[in-house]
Design a protein around this ligand. Structure first.
Ligand code: ADP
Length: 374
């Protein structure tokens, strides 16, 4: 019988599951937030993911529920599980990706290396942490942040006054040491409900203004130790938190060779887009295999190097679609992925993947193809 996978969220991550689902013979259904979303090429229902009734009605016609984002409230998911709906990743794992304070506390229990951190509710508590960390810190809202929203570097408790004022009863802010990282990395792991786990090579991610701009796979100049430590961190988090599906672990590498966990995503992730064209099994296929509890595919790279460049914003003159032709004509080795979104400053509207033997060449072509959309 055909397995029916229901994806909550209609963004580009759900969209990029469509082609692999067809190839795997899975039926993909999407619960989108609105009409006209990226994933509407799949069988799409429109509904509010915060509404238990809407989610329950959507779940009634699928065999497994998974996600394009991590914002579905715990009580909605726990109610589904209580009714016997199969959810991957399950709410007990997903909560560590929904709340950065809950994540920090659990990673500490698992002894995973991470920045110094504290939960703070008042300016005095924040001041104590800053005093102990050279007067600097990174304050984060524990829930709902993305692409750098909800992250602020502070040099005095006053810099976070507006956020502290908004802290409600029983809530807190997360403060972390300002990590002097030399670069950012990401480690992806896929895990099946039956426990099989595979790891991708650790990659380097380049952020601009808090948004992922480029990814290089594998991470250049990665020592054997780095590769091994990153993989061990990824596997121990996947197993320790009981993650099913794709897990992305964002990491900092410091100049004294420490690897620290920044945050987690339990779904396909921007740092893994390269694998669509650069690995034997792309992350969207792998996520579907994992949540459908099918055997996982090889994560081996298909080329020495893969480079992913995000297309951010897009042209303001309404010529986004026309430009694809030009980019494709000029760069036949570039794989251009479009999200069906209208351009807006800073918005991710697509990405370019280039795989090859020469890193400089791959970087050049991927950037040149993406530049067609500026
Ligand atoms: P988001 O959830 O919005 O993606 P992140 O927690 O990943 O937020 O932070 C966004 C970016 O801010 C990171 O990619 C990194 O560049 C920077 N950053 C976050 N935490 C720290 C930290 N403790 N020290 C230094 N830089 C940080």
């Amino acid at each position: 019988m055909t397995v029916r996978v229901g994806v909550i969220g209609g963004g580009q991550l759900a969209r990029m599951m469509i082609a692999p689902a067809v190839e795997l013979g899975l039926e993909l259904r999407v619960l989108a937030e609105a009409e006209g979303m990226s994933a509407e090429l799949a069988a799409t229902a429109v509904g509010d993911y915060r509404d238990a009734e809407a989610v329950r009605a959507f779940a009634a016609d699928v065999d497994v529920i998974t996600f394009d984002h991590e914002h579905v409230p715990q009580q909605v998911l726990q109610a589904l599980v209580a009714e016997g709906v199969v959810v991957h990743p399950g709410p007990d794992a997903l909560r560590f990706a929904q709340d950065k304070l809950v994540m920090r506390a659990r990673l500490a229990e698992l002894d995973v290396p991470q920045p110094d951190w504290a939960a703070v509710r008042t300016a005095d508590e924040l001041r104590v942490f800053l005093d102990a960390h050279d007067g600097r810190g990174v304050v984060k809202t524990p829930r709902g942040g993305y692409d750098g929203k909800g992250v602020r570097v502070v040099r005095a408790a006053d810099d976070a006054r507006d956020w502290l004022d908004a802290v409600g009863e029983g809530e807190a802010l997360l403060v972390e040491e300002l990590v002097p990282f030399v670069r950012e990395l990401a480690q992806q792991v896929a895990r099946r409900p039956s426990g099989e786990t595979v790891a991708y090579p650790v990659v380097e991610t380049v952020q601009r203004d808090g948004v992922c701009a480029e990814v290089i796979a594998p991470a250049p100049a990665a020592t054997d130790r780095l590769v091994q430590v990153a993989e061990e961190i990824g596997r121990s988090i996947a197993e320790g938190l009981g993650v099913t599906g794709m897990l992305a672990v964002e990491l900092f590498e410091t100049d004294d060779e420490r690897i620290l966990v920044n945050e987690l995503a339990m779904r396909p992730h921007n740092s893994g887009h390269w694998s669509q064209d650069g690995a034997v099994t792309g992350q969207f296929e792998q996520h579907l295999r994992a949540v459908a509890d099918l055997p996982l595919g090889s994560t081996a790279p298909r080329a020495a190097w893969s480079v992913m460049v995000n297309i951010l914003g897009g042209p303001a003159d309404g010529t986004l679609e026309e430009r694809f032709g030009g980019a494709m004509a000029e760069h036949p080795t570039a794989k251009i992925h479009t999200y069906g979104k209208s351009p807006r400053p800073g918005r991710k509207v697509g990405h370019v993947n280039v795989a090859g033997d020469d890193l400089d060449d791959a970087v050049y072509v991927a950037r040149a193809a993406a530049a067609h959309f500026a």
